[in-house]
Design a protein around this ligand. Structure first.
Ligand code: SIN
Ligand code: CO
Length: 381
């Protein structure tokens, strides 16, 4: 099991002084680290339609980017290119394991684990990201330069590559296998591979108010909520017909605020919205569906494993009723199932013992069987 090793500061120090504040190199954050996927497997994934991938290289001094799926890599030379594959944690359980050492950040903040394979001179160029990233160096060596936050001009070096102008480095290091570079959003950075190498980037992204409000609007429309019209009995005589006066403005804001103040509505929205994945999942449906008796019997012998990338959460405001949110949907199992619901969301591997409260509830067992048949969880042989 991968364990994060912090030699120079504690996790508390990291959260207090670095997280979302400044970049830092964690030397040998993973001791004896070896690649979690082979270059061949990664290249194979980038040939799949449902996997998001990019090849970035320079041609006659000009940056180029091609989007997968790819059919072959034979035309690529020995230098100056990189293959980047998004959400590899959805397709490889070994890569998904890399999320666990970062469990001091909740899963709802996780974006994905991106893996890159690069040959000497390869990189994506100087750029700024909107997410917090832990770049974990696999095999090979890579030089990373990171600049300070500031007003860095950004420009399209290619239609698919947003670059930033050259910057002064506040960090300039060579990462070796097992080293980790943490970069918060907004810090320009540039990684150039010194020898054929693999990087594993665990990215955490927060939504903007715009994302959340647009999601909330879709949610209330879909669930037919928030339909009560603004009401204004006892309205005082208005003086200026064209004016939305302070009293009316407060009324309008209060109408919207009432939606935001409804904790159950907001918990259901947040849980559903944040548990929806943006990338395809590698579902493991059963050829021969299980029935509920098979499920309970098999669980006595084998743990149930959550597929990589599946998002399931509970929210403090609703968990007491045994509510959880899985892949964008809300499920309510009742107060007696609370512990099973918490285990389902917190643990990647589920034993009969941790699901005990749920296994006594027919609806929980029925739903779990449906999830297993649909391929959201699978039995490890
Ligand atoms: C890479 O791994 O090549 C790019 C990572 C990044 O800078 O975001
Ligand atoms: Co980046």
């Amino acid at each position: 099991m991968l364990k994060l090793h912090l030699a120079d500061f504690s996790l508390d120090d990291f959260m207090a002084h670095y997280w979302q504040q400044k970049p830092v190199v964690i030397r040998q954050g993973f001791q004896h680290f070896s690649d979690l996927i082979s270059p061949e497997e990664l290249a194979g994934l980038a040939c799949e339609e449902e996997v998001e991938s990019r090849l970035v290289y320079k041609e006659a001094g000009q940056w180029q980017a091609r989007v997968g799926p790819f059919e072959s890599y034979g035309h690529l030379g020995k230098e100056g290119w990189t293959l980047i594959v998004q959400a590899v944690n959805h397709w490889s359980l070994e890569v998904a394991e890399l999320v666990k050492p970062f469990s001091f950040i909740p899963k709802w903040r996780l974006d994905d684990v991106m893996v890159s394979y690069a040959v000497p001179g390869g990189g994506v160029g100087p750029h700024i990201d909107l997410y917090d990233v832990f770049i974990c160096q696999g095999s090979g060596r890579r030089r990373w330069r990171v600049g300070d936050q500031g007003n860095h001009r950004q420009f399209a070096a290619h239609a698919a590559l947003l670059h930033t102008e050259p910057f002064e480095a506040i960090i300039d290091v060579e990462l070796l296998p097992g080293d980790i570079l943490y970069i918060p959003p907004g810090f320009p950075h540039d990684g150039v591979t010194l020898e054929t190498s693999m990087s594993f980037s665990v990215g955490f992204r927060a939504k903007s108010a715009c994302d959340m409000l647009s999601g909330l609007a879709d949610y209330v429309i879909d669930k037919e909520l928030g339909k009560t019209l603004l009401s204004d009995p006892q309205r005082p005589i208005h003086q200026h017909q064209g004016q939305i006066n302070a009293r009316d403005f407060a009324l309008i804001k209060a109408q919207l605020q009432a939606v935001l103040d409804d904790d159950t509505l907001m918990a259901d929205f947040a849980g559903s919205f944040l548990s929806k994945t943006k990338c395809a999942l590698d579902l493991q449906p059963l050829e021969e569906p299980l029935d509920i008796v098979d499920l309970a019997n098999t669980l006595l012998q084998q743990p149930l494993i959550r597929i990589g990338g599946l998002r399931c959460f509970y929210v403090d405001a609703t968990v007491a009723q045994g509510v959880c949110y899985v892949e964008g949907e809300r499920f309510e199992f009742g107060a007696a199932c609370r512990e099973a619901v918490v285990a389902l969301c917190d643990q990647e591997s589920l034993s009969d013992a941790v699901l005990e409260t749920g296994l006594q509830d027919p609806e929980f067992v029925r739903q779990l069987t449906e999830w297993v048949n649909a391929g959201f969880w699978f039995f490890r042989d």
